[in-house]
Design a protein around this ligand. Structure first.
Ligand SMILES: Nc1ncnc2c1ncn2[C@@H]1O[C@H](COP(=O)(O)OP(=O)(O)OP(=O)(O)O)[C@@H](O)[C@H]1O
Ligand SMILES: [Mg+2]
Length: 244
């Protein structure tokens, strides 16, 4: 994915501008920065869900925001997204949650949809969860189920917004491990938003820092490098807690 001269707005105000970076095939790129700096907004732009105020996002050479709608929708279907709220459909079982995208966007028959959905649930350690409702799960299990649903259509690029939020440190760390495991076994490229420093050091090949005052990205690189050699605000952000 190539991001060029991207400006993103929320509520009519530009909150980040001049964003310029690539997402490399197979990497885990983590977007970091203080609350309100625009991480979720940027992720929605990368997912093609919002129009940029300026600039371009291209995936596999195709512009996500210009041209006819049908090919752009096809492009978006190559992404898996887990939103910050991570909501599953509460009146549907986990199995139904995972099978719905397959029913809507593929021609797979019911038996094959079920087989694939069970496989995705097994990948996140919820083998027995097919017939459970979200309300029957713990917070950590619900996050893993939402992650499984984002994998339903075998995305090439997985976008995760604060997947560990609301979890205790142990379960958050387990979720980080799971993300790395999925990347390893499925070859999925991952763009993940977090403000947990431990999580950044655990999963990121590279981190991108969005500065809320300057309204631009002020650093991109391996977390250890940013901790040691980044601009002052970035070093301070990465140094808040000891690197795991
Ligand atoms: N729909 C909206 N209307 C008005 N302002 C918005 C809207 N969405 C986001 N904003 C504002 O844009 C800024 C960036 O929001 P965003 O949710 O992208 O931040 P974030 O970095 O994801 O924060 P957090 O770490 O708290 O999730 C915030 O100041 C927010 O108040
Ligand atoms: Mg956010």
């Amino acid at each position: 994915m190539q991001v060029q001269g991207l400006s993103v707005a929320a509520g009519g105000q530009v909150i980040q501008q001049g964003l310029e970076f690539d997402v490399r095939r197979g990497e885990v790129l983590v977007i970091v920065g203080p609350s309100g700096c625009g991480k979720s907004t940027l992720l929605r732009h990368l997912a093609g869900l919002e129009r940029p105020a300026a600039g371009h996002v291209r995936f596999d050479g195709q512009d996500l925001h210009s041209g006819a709608e049908a090919p752009r929708a096809a492009l978006r279907r190559r992404f898996g997204i887990m939103f910050q709220a991570g909501a599953l459909w509460s009146s549907m079982t986990l199995g139904e949650n995972l099978m719905l995208p397959l029913r809507l966007f593929t021609t797979l028959d019911a038996a094959e949809s079920e087989r694939r959905s069970r496989f995705k649930l097994a990948l996140v350690g919820l083998d027995g969860g097919f017939d459970l409702l979200p309300s029957q799960l713990s917070g950590g299990m619900r996050k893993r189920a939402a992650l499984a649903r984002s994998l339903a259509l075998d995305p090439e690029l997985l976008m995760l917004d604060e997947p560990g939020s609301g979890l205790d440190p142990l379960n958050a760390a387990r979720l980080d491990e799971l993300v790395l495991h999925l990347r390893h076994y499925l070859g999925t490229t991952v763009v993940m938003v977090t403000h947990e420093i431990a999580s950044v050091f655990a999963v990121a090949d590279r981190a991108l820092y969005l500065d809320p005052q300057e309204r631009r990205m002020t650093a991109i690189g391996p977390p250890q490098e940013l901790l040691e050699h980044g601009p002052a605000a970035v070093r301070a952000f990465f140094g808040r807690t000891p690197a795991a």
